[in-house]
Design a protein around this ligand. Structure first.
Ligand SMILES: [Mg+2]
Length: 190
């Protein structure tokens, strides 16, 4: 039912990539992007992982070296979010309630300076929370392939069902857009 009320354009990311390591951060920086708001579960680490990987420490160093500020924005309420963020030495917002604007706005307030929305990149693995919320904020939105789908929670599985319906709607409304931004994601994730 929900799929009738959500505009299909709001679930279309600007880019779809396999992992956060496959993004051209230098290019995004040259385009004026400065702040990265990133999802945690299945975007940075799987649901069952508790510690940041070596690769993630390097990623953080790399993007900060380029000049980005990074903040974690997670819907999870668990202490795991704060433990993980503390270890990576990143500010975070938990229980962000994506796709509402609540957590994103909170993150913008946490940032070291005031950012224009056009300077913000959002990274996430889900259409109905990350992409939809980010698009409502008018952020540049990058969708990534979920790290480990097998460990997804029931809420996420419900969202994935809704994703299928939304993808069907998008395909019907705008085939070109669907093919350029969503088809690969659907094939690889659903
Ligand atoms: Mg996620």
């Amino acid at each position: 039912m929900l799929q009738w009320f959500i505009p299909y354009k709001n679930i279309v990311p600007d880019e779809y990539v396999s992992t956060i390591f496959d993004i051209d951060y230098n290019k995004l920086y040259s385009q004026g992007k400065r702040l990265i708001l990133t999802d945690l579960d299945n975007t940075l680490i799987s649901y069952i992982a508790t510690r940041p990987t070596e690769e993630l420490f390097k990623w953080k160093e790399l993007v900060e070296q380029i000049g980005f500020e990074v903040i974690i924005v997670s819907n999870s309420r668990k202490t795991r979010v704060s433990e993980f963020a503390t270890e990576l030495q990143l500010p975070f917002v938990k229980f962000a309630k994506k796709p509402t604007k609540f957590g994103f706005k909170k993150a913008l307030k946490l940032a070291s300076r005031k950012y224009e929305r056009s300077e913000v990149i959002e990274l996430g693995d889900q259409l109905m929370t990350d992409v939809y919320g980010s698009k409502r904020m008018k952020f540049y939105t990058i969708l990534v392939k979920a790290i480990d789908k097998k460990t997804e929670k029931w809420v996420t599985r419900c969202n994935r069902n809704l994703e299928r319906k939304m993808l069907k709607k998008a395909k019907k409304k705008d085939l070109n857009l669907y093919q350029s931004k969503l088809e690969k994601y659907e094939k690889e994730n659903l």
